[in-house]
Design a protein around this ligand. Structure first.
Ligand code: CLF
Ligand code: SF4
Length: 283
């Protein structure tokens, strides 16, 4: 565990099925309130959910913050041990800050025992890190696919930042700068952090260990390496994915540096239940 966390955040971490594999009987719900994204990953087809935290190929129904609270309450009465509310898209949680904020406030007011979990590409993290902590966010995932902009350039097409579109190396430099700055700020706050990495064969797979080492130096104590799932209509449409064996080997190698998740399900942005159940709100 990260140091400097409050007892409340540590207790919530124990009941968080992604952060603690022993919490397999605890459930999480993703509330899909964040449609917009402010970057373009080359593996993403925006017809689907954010691949930084989700399995592609399915789209979630969008909810307003008020509907999200109703949805939470509906599932809270049906699903046992619902201890985590996550916002994981379908776009980026922070690129839709007003909706994300309102949803957090509604859940916090009505269900203070629930851990609040976000996932983001990190572009706006320096701007919002302190406010997220004040809002009561306890868990935050940043997806970082490269810590070398020349590799990042092969993963990202562009970013939209403060009204300007940056492309190529400029985009990956700025994104990386903000991701690392964001993690640095979170280090001193009461937020448990995780870094997700999408491993792409021949593009960044050989570099994943460097990403893990870098975020370790910023105090991150858990990382989650996921395999690229090639999606139609993207630059990686016909790209070969890593085999299960290759992914396990990479995770094991990196586990020497930082604790790895071995049980990620690449959930949808509207997943609900235990990680083992694999259901969505559309089912
Ligand atoms: Fe959701 Fe992500 Fe929070 Fe978990 S998922 S926002 S940390 S509550 Fe979990 Fe799903 Fe893997 Fe994500 S299994 S894709 S790691
Ligand atoms: Fe797509 Fe997510 Fe990347 Fe945005 S951050 S481009 S939604 S994969």
């Amino acid at each position: 565990l990260k140091t400097g966390l409050s007892k409340e955040t540590m207790d919530k971490t124990l009941k968080h099925p992604c952060y603690n594999k022993n919490a397999h009987d605890n459930a999480r719900i993703h509330l899909p309130v964040a449609p917009i994204c402010n970057i373009k990953c080359k593996f993403c087809n925006r017809k689907f959910d954010c691949q930084n935290e989700s399995r592609p190929g399915v789209t979630s129904n969008l909810l307003t913050p008020e509907k999200a609270l109703n949805t939470f309450e509906y599932y809270n009465s049906k699903v046992e041990n619902l201890t985590v509310m996550g916002i994981a898209g379908p776009g980026d949680a922070l690129a839709n800050f007003d909706k994300t904020k309102k949803t957090i406030q509604l859940i916090r007011e009505n269900h203070p025992h629930v851990a609040i979990c976000l996932s983001t590409n990190g572009l706006l993290l320096p701007e919002y890190a302190n406010e997220l902590n004040d809002l009561g966010v306890t868990h935050l995932t940043v997806t970082i696919n490269a810590v070398d902009p020349t590799i990042g350039e092969k993963v990202y097409d562009y970013i939209d930042y403060k009204g300007t579109r940056l492309e190529g190396i400029e985009a990956s430099k700025k994104l990386l700068e903000n991701q690392l700055k964001g993690l640095e700020i979170l280090r001193s706050l009461d937020v448990m952090c995780k870094v997700n990495i999408v491993a792409i064969k021949g593009v960044n797979d050989f570099h994943v260990k460097d990403v893990v080492g870098k975020v370790k130096s910023l105090g991150v104590t858990l990382t989650n390496i996921m395999s690229l799932i090639p999606v139609k209509g993207t630059a990686f449409e016909n790209h070969e994915s890593m085999s299960k064996k290759e992914l396990t080997k990479l995770r094991r190698d990196c586990d020497m540096l930082v604790t790895q998740m071995f049980h990620c399900r690449q959930c949808r942005a509207d997943a609900v239940g235990k990680l083992s159940e694999d259901i969505s709100q559309a089912n």
